[in-house]
Write a new protein. Structure first.
Length: 271
């Protein structure tokens, strides 16, 4: 197993994140996508990395045939209890089960879930998803934006050995209630330890980067890509781009990209 995938898999398989993810809060772009593509997502849909059902619950409410997979058994158990109309199973993006079938109207991969895979695994998965979609099916997903990392706002952040952890925690605490400060301070040693362990595994390759970002106290190695490179990657996997959106739902010119931390893409099988 690639080192990146092994690191990410161990974090999610440990569980313990159900309470954090068990909510129904949507980003503006997610609301827009569910409304704009309601016909597709209310048909036969599959959500990859469904977590505690933040998106899955809305898919189930639309009344279609809904399936979901997640690598965490605790997340799957929660979804089964909270959304019994959905068929939810333990599953790994790196090895999609044949039992998931195909001919889906929509496959969703929100919360940057594809970014847990390395480049080869990501391309393999995209090709697999292309084969699982119906002729008019849609792939809806989000991914980390490399243009944001290389933008002026992000470059201005501290980049010491701990990845600017101390400064970032202090800046975050400044805008929070005083009651949050002790909790943030307790997390600081873990953040520093994870950053020192995983920071050296970062790398940049032509067209993408693998970066140790601040998610879950620097516990992950995530895939980052620019919009033009993502569009080319989709084309190579047999897709054509329908649209690219920022987190507020604004249109992004895919040949230029944008400065948001992550972007949302809608693609369909190339015709």
């Amino acid at each position: 197993m690639p080192e990146q995938e092994g690191v990410n898999r161990r974090v999610w398989e440990r569980g313990g994140h159900v309470e954090e993810y068990a909510n129904r809060q949507l980003l503006p772009v997610e609301v827009l996508l569910l409304v704009r593509y309601r016909e597709a997502v209310s048909g036969r849909s599959l959500e990859l990395g469904c977590g505690a059902g933040r998106i899955l619950g809305y898919l189930a409410a639309l009344g279609g045939e809904v399936r979901g997979i997640d690598i965490s058994p605790a997340m799957v158990d929660h979804c089964r209890a909270a959304f019994p109309a959905a068929d939810v199973k333990v599953g790994d993006l790196a090895d999609l089960a044949e039992s998931l079938g195909g001919d889906y109207n929509a496959i969703l991969a929100m919360d940057n879930v594809l970014d847990v895979l390395d480049d080869a695994g990501r391309r393999r998965l995209l090709a697999q998803l292309r084969a699982m979609l119906g002729e008019d099916g849609l792939l809806v997903f989000s991914t980390h934006n490399l243009d944001y990392v290389d933008g002026p706002a992000h470059r201005a952040a501290p980049t010491d050995q701990t990845g600017g952890t101390v400064s970032r925690v202090l800046r975050g605490a400044a805008g929070r209630p005083l009651s949050d400060v002790p909790r943030l301070a307790r997390r600081l040693p873990k953040r520093i330890r994870n950053r020192r362990q995983l920071g050296p595994l970062e790398r940049r390759e032509p067209g993408y980067a693998i970066l140790n970002d601040s998610a879950h106290d620097y516990s992950f190695l995530h895939y980052y890509i620019r919009a033009p490179d993502q569009v080319r990657q989709l084309k190579e996997a047999g897709f054509e781009l329908v649209e690219c959106l920022d987190v507020d739902g604004g249109h992004v010119a895919a040949d230029r990209g944008a400065g948001d931390p992550w972007l949302h893409y809608v693609a369909r099988p190339a015709r």
